[in-house]
Write a protein that binds this ligand. Sequence first.
Ligand SMILES: Cc1ncc(COP(=O)(O)O)c(C=O)c1O
Length: 671
Amino acid sequence: MSSSRLPDKMMADLNGRPVIAWVVKAANAICGIDEVVVATSDDKSDDAIEKWCKNNKTECYRGSLDDVLRRFANAAEKYDADIIMRITGDCPLLDPAICSQLLQLLLRTNSDYASNCTIATWPDGLDCEVFTKRALKIADKEANKTEYREHVTGFIHKNRHRFKVETMPCPLPCLQGERWTLDNPEDLEFLRQVTKNLPDGKISSYIDVLNILDANPSLRKINTDIKRNEGLEKTKNLEKKTPITNFNNSTEFLKEAEKYIPLGSQTFSKSRVQYPVGHAPLFITHGNGGHVCDIDGNEYIDLVCGLLPVVLGYNDADVNYAIRSQLNNGIIFSQSSDLEARLAKKICEIIPCAQMVRFGKNGTDATSAAIRLARAYTGRDNVMVCGYHGWQDWYIGSTVRNKGVPADVSKLTHKVPYNDLEYIEKKLKEAPDSFAALIMEPMNVEEPKDGYFDDLKALLHKYGALLIFDETITGFRYSLGGAQELFGVKPDLATFGKAMGNGMPISAVVGRKDVMMEMENVFFSGTFGGETLSIVAALAVIEKMQTEPVLQKIWQMGRYLKENVSSLIVKHDLEKVVLLKGKDPWVVVSFIAYEDVTAEAIKTMWQKEMIANGVLTIGSHNICYGHSQADMDKVVAAYDNALSKIAESLKGGNFKQDIGCAVLEPVFKVR
Ligand SMILES: Cc1ncc(COP(=O)(O)O)c(C=O)c1O
């Protein structure tokens, strides 16, 4: 009742009955519920609720106003409930059938917690959570954040390594934007209009409500533009941040993982070689939007985003829906599916150089296919590389991580610098008929010189070599058509991966038809090449990028972060130590040695401090659509702390001791 936006909302009239009467009636209709208890606060403002309960033969329990978790734990104790379903009073359109299913989900899966709202797929206002008393008791004993005490279940569903959690997504697509909750006067007006249209006395199903809204689309306009979960966000933002210091489960589990997995991880850049063990998470349980949680129950703003595939955000409702829907047809088949050609056509429409397309799973599949294709097309063996291009022999042999690569393979690959036409010309002149292609990241940390790409393409063509853009990172990030669209240049071939499927494993090699046709004889063929879940995910990503301001927001937030961090670098007098390079959607943070303190040592302290301040990073700003402005502000605040510590420590002359952990070495450096 103490809502600041809508005081006394539970007693507000909705079509002849107070809101509380709607909620309690729906709650009583849930199958399997023994008793409905209104757990309200002992604040005077809630006296009216107790009175209503008395007059309507409904149990009422009163407890702490702010510590809602304790209120629930005490109520569960008093009523001897072994399973508790939590329904909030702001959901007068609650659908008992959904709640009944959720209870069954918890029981049948033997879970500790089940909800339909940990990820947003249902209309806002149908929220329901169900959990065991055991989980509630643990949360009550251990949860110490205001956010957890105010919102009851955050501790349980964030600590997924400890509690078995189930989620029940909405079977219908695109309903996550519907707002049926009661939080402000516009919501009340909306609910009054909707309930006026509901059949008298009948408990509504969400389908009834949808039918009313579809028949009267103007109703939706009454309360649009109000952000979901504003209350929770507000509590989170107000909360005084205490540094994250507990990584015990991560550190312990690493020992277990390393018994069975070399390095304990599938990816160098996700492993202990990139994070200070004991001062960083190493294992993630789940993600939502731009946030992830680790196995110690710590939550972070994620500036890694899975090493850049997560461009829309974790658990994107539209991509998830597309995957679930396709799952009902099957994952892969004995022959190609029509989806392959549908995605290929779409890619040819959006990527300037794409006339034909082949799919792979990793970025490395695509770059390796492009190189083999260029070699087949030109009949030449040597290639030039510029940037990072994946783990296969032909590329990795050119780096210091070349263990296991035959020298005869390595010598065919030649590293060339970025923006250096003369160097490339010299190489081509030295061996005029031997280069098949130059593969390059069109941009990472350095801007291309004016006209560079046109001159480069002309030069390569003069010597019979192809220009291949490795757009594994820039694709679906710089723009929908990649860096080639942004810079207005058409390479002969280009490769895509990472963000294409918002985390689903899919990559593509695309390019000129005459070159791509060579693929009919070049062997690039794998069991999973046409796997359909990833293909529908890519179609959903493209659709979302074409209909929502995804890239616009990513650029805008990236720019905001870059500008604010640049000011902090000046504030802390670190212009000679910390540099931000690259374009706004993917800024790389680089460090320069200071007196006898190495760049790696400074980076290690920075990373450790950013993590302690709730930001997961390995050295770049990997922005996703799921990040919010509040997230960016928190990242800026984390930077302020981290940079202040670095500046102080550099002045103090005890940097090595101040780091407090071993200095991390780069896997190798190509950017
Ligand atoms: C530019 C670039 N190319 C290729 C790759 C290889 O992609 P994957 O790791 O998916 O094989 C990467 C991976 O980081 C990359 O950044």
